[in-house]
Write a protein that binds this ligand. Sequence first.
Ligand SMILES: Nc1ncnc2c1ncn2[C@@H]1O[C@H](COP(=O)(O)OP(=O)(O)OP(=O)(O)O)[C@@H](O)[C@H]1O
Length: 341
Amino acid sequence: MALDRLTKRFGRTTAVNEVTLTIEAGEFFVVLGPSGCGKSTLLRLIAGLEEADEGTISLSGEGVSGPGRHVPPEARSVAVVFQSYALWPHMSVRENVAFPVASARLPRSEAAEIVEGALEAVALTPFATRKPAALSGGQQQRVALARCLASRARTVLMDEPLANLDPHLRYQMEAELARVHAASGATTLYITHDQREAMALASRIAVMDGGRILQVDTPRALYERPMSETVARFIGRGAMIDGAVKEIAGGRAAVAVAGEVVIAAAAPGVTAGAGRLFVRPHQVVLGEGPFEGRVERVTYRGGLFEVSLTAPGIGPVEAESRVPPGAALVRFGIADGWVMA
Ligand SMILES: Nc1ncnc2c1ncn2[C@@H]1O[C@H](COP(=O)(O)OP(=O)(O)OP(=O)(O)O)[C@@H](O)[C@H]1O
């Protein structure tokens, strides 16, 4: 899938602003961004449910949107899974799953095989004759996934499909989604505002804000090497500390922070002078080190304590520890970090 300078305006709002992306065939690609950043509009443009103002879209090598060209949704070989499931209430589970297969005009036995295979893949065979209203939310979403699988679309678009499920079920459904993706091999574009979900599912993530793509990278690279403060703050937790870069060598920088020197990885383009050190909780060593912090809050997170500190000349710092801090004032060190210009 390739998007080139794709733009969509609603009156004075530019919902999607010159988005350029290439998504590899078979990739599970996640667009992550806060509410209102333009994710749904981007998905609707790719599905053909909105017409672009500028730019082009090609799916499996075929141009489907561009100047003077708008291929209708049904001719794009795209399946969409919505947050609302969008099931037919009067049809059984099996009929819902069979719906996209019917239009493919396949021999009856082949069509049945596809439908039963899709039901099997999401463990819904025992529920095949039920109506959607007689299923839980998670089961309904599995019907929507089975229908998507049965459509055999080469491109699958998912609009926050797990948003209505409780956290425990979301976790299970993530594994299910990964299986469905592996079974279909479809190029999948998944949109969400939940960074944990994005990290769990994606081969690559595009972080979107204000209609624009800020960074495209693997989950690990986004976490460890954010290229802007917005991305750093949007992915996981951490502290942004003002410092002075003293020296850079071999991709590492020596940064003076509150009168002490910290050695950390340096982003491209960092030079000596004022800089910012971004520190993730696992990079803070509690109990020893040159800094002293006041414990503001301790939260137990199953096996680990999250510790919020404030330190003179540094500001707020997030740490984690297997044992809770023993006093209101604790010593700490910074073992590593990410230096940004
Ligand atoms: N049909 C429309 N008419 C006018 N403005 C719209 C329309 N659809 C979207 N917008 C505006 O475009 C911007 C992007 O909306 P969009 O729904 O794509 O965001 P989103 O990231 O999907 O948000 P959410 O996660 O809350 O659904 C918003 O400012 C929204 O108000």
